[in-house]
Design a protein around this ligand. Structure first.
Ligand code: A3P
Length: 311
């Protein structure tokens, strides 16, 4: 693969001071490592019809979705005082297809029904067996302006660049041009949106902002969709609220594992990078009028066919 990467178009991010180079493979920009994971997943992963995939563009709410899905699926085994989520960061509770393919393949046939698997792979880059089967896909998305701000800080932290050395304007321009991990962002959301129109019964779109506004209905929808609906008794006993509380930003971001844990072997060296503010609308502190105009135009141009409220 090393030789193959040398032949691909490359992009080195100027705002990250040359610390990150992305490669374009089959229309997707990414790190070599994640491309390699995706290639391996396509070669070797065989989905089962009852698998559930948690899909997202990075910085759209993946960590939260993983925590919620894990808490829902394991609620008979653990409660809010015994859940592994209290000591293990959500990314280590639910594996990611394109990052941990070897471990997934090893465990996959033995995992319980509906044990969810996460991925940032674009729809067209998923293993064929996922696209050809009746697997369920949950896609979490978020106002792209907040995605860009979140992405900016995440990358800046990974590459240890203080804000004054990492101009937001440049990060914004690169993102808009499609130079971002698993980018272009537009193609990512468009791919899943098209797929959901073709197979609506197997795809659930959840919106980060809606989950913040109305967590109860969204968690219920998620549980039902992945095959673990709450019973009336559970609803009465407050199980839904308790899961929401356990998986809240306030709770997770204050757990020791998420404050000081290290991402061994990961390109993300510290778990805390996944927990920044967890708020809706932080973009207002970063976007100029010109940026708002540019991004709104891009959303209209590229994503109006999705019917999703992305502004
Ligand atoms: P901010 O950078 O805006 O704070 P991902 O999980 O896809 O990498 O997305 C990370 C974003 O989700 C970050 O947004 C992070 O703070 C936020 N986040 C992480 N855990 C969360 C939770 N439990 N509830 C709400 N938001 C959360």
């Amino acid at each position: 693969m090393e030789e193959m990467f040398k032949t691909l178009p490359q992009h080195t991010s100027s705002w990250l001071k040359g610390k990150q180079t992305l490669y374009k493979y089959q229309d997707v920009w990414n790190h070599e490592k994640f491309h390699a994971g995706g290639i391996l997943a396509r070669q070797s992963f065989k989905a089962r019809s009852n698998d559930v995939f948690l899909c997202s563009y990075p910085k759209s709410g993946t960590t939260w979705l993983k925590a919620l899905a894990y808490a829902i699926v394991t609620r008979k085994k653990f409660d809010a005082s015994t859940s592994p989520l209290l000591t293990t960061m959500p990314h280590n509770c639910i594996p990611t297809l394109d990052k941990e393919i070897e471990q997934i393949i090893e465990k996959h046939p033995n995992t319980s029904r509906f044990a969810p698997i996460a991925t940032h792979l674009p729809y067209n880059s998923l293993p064929e067996s996922i696209r050809a089967s009746n697997c369920k896909i949950v896609y979490v998305y978020r106002n792209v302006k907040d995605v860009i701000v979140s992405y900016y800080h995440f990358m800046r932290e990974i590459y240890k660049l203080p804000m004054e050395d990492a101009p937001f304007e440049e990060a914004f321009d690169e993102f808009c041009q499609g130079f971002s991990v698993y980018g272009p962002y537009w193609d990512h959301i468009l791919g899943y949106s098209k797929a959901s129109l073709e197979r609506p019964e197997t795809t659930l779109f959840l919106k980060y902002e809606d989950m913040q506004k109305d967590p109860i209905s969204n968690v219920k929808r998620l549980a039902e969709f992945i095959g673990y609906p709450f019973t009336a008794q559970e609803a009465k006993e407050g199980v839904i609220e308790s899961i929401i509380k356990m998986c809240s930003f306030e709770n997770l971001s204050n757990l020791e594992v998420n404050k000081t844990g290290l991402g061994e072997g990961s390109i993300v060296p510290e778990n805390r990078f996944y927990f920044r503010k967890g708020k809706v609308g932080d973009w207002e502190n970063y976007f100029t009028d010109e940026m708002i105009e540019k991004i709104d135009k891009l959303i209209d141009e590229k994503l109006s066919s999705t019917g999703l409220a992305l502004k």
